[in-house]
Design a protein around this ligand. Structure first.
Ligand code: NAP
Length: 251
């Protein structure tokens, strides 16, 4: 079933690699025109745009730090100028730091993680609902949470887990606030997914090392997460809002 959101204009924050890149490519196949955001690696973002346009889709790349209010607003302006009115947002940009005990976490580290993962998602979601709501056009927002939110990240990254807890509370509250404006807000909770992010923990093999504890016995792929995100974006999920969908192999 094709819904009204599908075929609109989508912003994917952190769309240059990993889950964001897989989501941008998958969404383009559903008919979304995509703004592929990145913070540093323009070549990676341009490669995603080339893949989309080679397949007949529409896409542009745009640099912008999601932790900076002005840069988030500029992303929406750029998307509207290049592609048209924004009707979809995937709050995907996120960072992780090295696995460490809570007692050893430095203040600057958790401030940086909260700025990008939590404040960044809040800034983009607020800009999205301002524009989707004012125009009466409605839309769909999908936030990337993590299984770390309910599990807590003990001995590794309690700070990262807590940013995802904030993203989940925002998903629930915002979904209820804007439901009657035709804006749906949902989240996915990926488990252990094989992307560059695992390397940021200090152990690039982390996903495979911990796979034994996953009921399905393996890590997931960025593509498997992208499928769930794109379903929540689509009109096929037209009666789904405030949902938090685990994509975690049963973990
Ligand atoms: P990744 O491979 O490390 O990619 C991160 C992306 O975010 C890159 O495109 C990066 O762009 C961008 N980015 C980083 N900081 C940014 C900023 N300040 N502003 C804008 N873009 C920024 O990550 P991933 O594994 O695909 O994770 C994507 C999302 O899924 C994150 O929210 C993560 O927390 C969540 N997640 C991942 C896993 C997992 O196991 N991988 C599990 C649960 C949840 P540049 O390269 O240009 O910096």
């Amino acid at each position: 079933m094709q819904g009204k959101e599908t075929g609109g204009v989508l912003i994917v924050t952190g769309g240059s690699r990993g889950i964001g890149a897989a989501t941008a490519l998958r969404a383009a196949r559903d008919g979304w025109a995509v703004l592929v955001n990145y913070s540093a690696d323009s070549a990676a973002a341009e490669a995603v745009v080339r893949d989309i346009t080679a397949g007949g889709g529409r896409a542009v790349a745009a640099r912008g730090n999601v932790a900076q209010e002005g840069e988030v607003i500029a992303l929406f302006d750029a998307a509207e100028r290049a592609l048209g009115p924004v009707t979809g947002l995937v709050n995907n940009a996120g960072i992780l730091d090295r696995a460490t005990s809570f007692a050893e976490i430095e203040t600057g580290r958790w401030q940086r993680i909260f700025d990008i993962n939590a404040t960044g998602s809040f800034l983009a979601a607020r800009e999205a609902v301002r524009r989707m709501g004012a125009a009466g056009r409605g839309g769909a927002i999908v936030n990337l949470s993590s299984m770390a939110a309910p599990l807590g990240g003990a001995h590794e990254f309690v700070d990262y887990a807590a940013t995802k807890g904030a993203v989940e509370s925002m998903t629930i509250g915002l979904s209820r606030e804007v439901a009657r404006q035709g804006i749906r807000v949902n989240a996915v909770r990926p488990g252990l997914i094989e992307t560059d992010m695992q390397g940021a923990s200090g152990d690039p093999d982390r996903a495979r090392r911990l796979a034994e504890g996953v009921p399905m016995g393996r890590p997931g792929t960025a593509q498997e997460v992208a499928e769930a995100v794109c379903w929540l974006l689509s009109g096929a999920a037209s009666y789904v809002t405030g949902a938090i969908l685990p994509v975690s192999g049963g973990r």
